[in-house]
Write a protein that binds this ligand. Structure first.
Ligand code: MN
Length: 475
């Protein structure tokens, strides 16, 4: 696979025509990063299994999955470099660019004729209209996993965007998980008056809009405005046919409906981001009013807990955590939520340490940055925090447990971490930095001059057969 590291010459995804999902897919195809499955791959398990195996390498297009006329795609992002590419920056500037967009949102622009409304379907059976895959072994059935749920605050009219898992098991009703955040607050306000909350579930948007939907910003900060800032131009939106909700005008599919007051139905189990199942429970329900879509729409699914899912969560969180830490510690250079820590639980912090003790203060601040953070590793600026082996090396050689460990018992953690007591658990911090003062070379990392800069194209050539024969021809 030949993923370009970055395209610094490109100043934004807009210029490259990547502000739609199909524009991005076209770009992936043209650069050899879109695999195509044989037609008719099964929607139950087989599609997700193939996408999972290709995760981190290629996106995949599935023509007529399960015999359904609508194709499915998965794996719109395989690495941080792909995200940086869509943003038009180098990977090193990715978090800075994201934070800048989150802090300087761009109001969207409403248009009348939207591709997302080229076709309108009223008499919907969602189970057959869309090719919704079943992903994991013990899932209750098919799930929409890449649906942006968009709603308006009934009090202020400001919109919110979130990705919620949505179970598809009846014709016009879908139960979903709503965590106690912004959408939840909007629905509570409506439900307390006995009213439904109009929502749209948008499937098939570009990579930057997906990333924007995961921004960690306060209530009434419209994530679609962050999408516009990331794209470098106002996002084009269109009004839903049955409500006041505005949705991305170039989306592939829009499900319009209402969250029903006083209604809860069985949802789950479902394999979630920590690679464990979230149990069945009674949850909120959307009743569908209509579905609009583009001509020849493409359905997007995200395989839960795999690289696409993890990266979409990691980048916005890293950006927020980095800003949080830098406010108190300008010496913090970079942060990374490692994939092994499900891009939520393990935080690596790169620090230009100014004095003894400082890493422990950084650890304590990191615990406060997000309740999901469970283990924090602080390392020096000679450690690449995007290479887990290097962080492990720092722990192996610069850390002593009796001296460098920070332990906090009984703190708030992730309720999806099955080792916690219903979300209550321990926090652990590792100061894996070297002392600021040390004897000559005691903590100097071994390096070979030229190891990073040597030009292998210049240094190597095809082996001369006569040399091989002379040296190794007579074992
Ligand atoms: Mn929000």
């Amino acid at each position: 696979m030949n993923a370009p590291e970055s395209h610094p010459e490109r100043s934004s995804g807009k210029q490259a025509g990547m502000q739609t999902m199909r524009g991005w897919l076209r770009h992936l195809h043209d650069t050899g990063r879109l695999a195509c499955a044989r037609p008719g791959v099964a929607l139950e398990y087989e599609l997700a299994a193939i996408a999972k195996r290709l995760g981190g390498e290629q996106a995949v297009l599935f023509p007529s999955p399960g015999g359904h006329p609508m194709p499915v795609v998965s794996g719109l992002v395989a690495s941080r470099a792909w995200i940086a590419e869509a943003m038009g920056v180098t990977p090193a500037r990715l978090l800075e660019r994201y934070l800048n967009a989150a802090e300087h949102p761009l109001p969207w622009r409403e248009i009348a004729d939207a591709p997302a409304q080229q076709v309108c379907v009223d008499a919907v059976d969602i189970r057959t209209l869309l090719p919704v895959p079943t992903h994991s072994e013990h899932d209750s059935g098919p799930y929409i996993t890449a649906g942006l749920v968009i709603a308006r605050n009934p009090q202020t009219g400001r919109q919110n965007v979130s990705i919620n898992r949505i179970q598809v098991d009846s014709a016009r009703r879908m139960a979903l998980l709503i965590l106690p955040r912004h959408l939840h607050a909007f629905f509570q306000a409506a439900e307390s008056r006995g009213e439904p909350l109009p929502v749209a579930v948008v499937i098939g948007v570009d990579l930057l809009t997906l990333l924007a939907s995961q921004a960690v910003v306060p209530i009434d900060h419209d994530e679609l405005e962050i999408a516009g800032a990331l794209q470098g131009a106002p996002l084009e939106v269109v009004k839903c046919l049955t409500s006041e909700v505005r949705v991305p005008a170039h989306a592939e599919i829009v499900i319009e409906g209402r969250l029903l007051p006083g209604v809860r139905e069985s949802e789950g189990p479902f394999g979630e981001f920590p690679k464990y199942y979230s149990p069945r429970d009674d949850r909120e329900v959307i009743e569908i009013d209509c579905v609009t879509h583009r001509r020849d729409p493409v359905y997007h699914t995200i395989v839960p807990a795999e690289i696409e899912h993890l990266l979409l969560g990691a980048i916005p969180r890293e950006a927020t955590i980095l800003a949080h830490l830098k406010r108190s510690f300008p010496e913090v250079l970079d942060v990374h939520l490692s994939a092994g820590g499900v891009s939520r639980y393990h935080l690596y912090v790169q620090l230009r340490k100014r004095g003894e003790g400082q890493p422990k203060n950084v650890i304590c601040a990191a615990f406060g940055a997000h309740y999901d953070i469970k283990h924090v590793y602080v390392v020096d600026d000679d450690v690449d925090i995007h290479v887990p082996e290097q962080v492990e090396w720092a722990v192996a050689t610069r850390f002593q447990a009796d001296r460098d460990l920070v332990l906090v018992a009984g703190a708030q953690g992730s309720i999806l971490d099955p080792s916690t007591d219903n979300g209550i658990g321990a926090k652990l911090g590792f100061d894996a930095t070297r002392p600021t003062q040390y004897a000559e070379h005691q903590f100097t990392r071994v390096r070979i001059p030229g190891e990073d800069s040597v030009d292998l194209q210049q240094a190597l050539q095809p082996a001369d057969p006569s040399i091989i024969e002379r040296l190794f021809g007579h074992p």
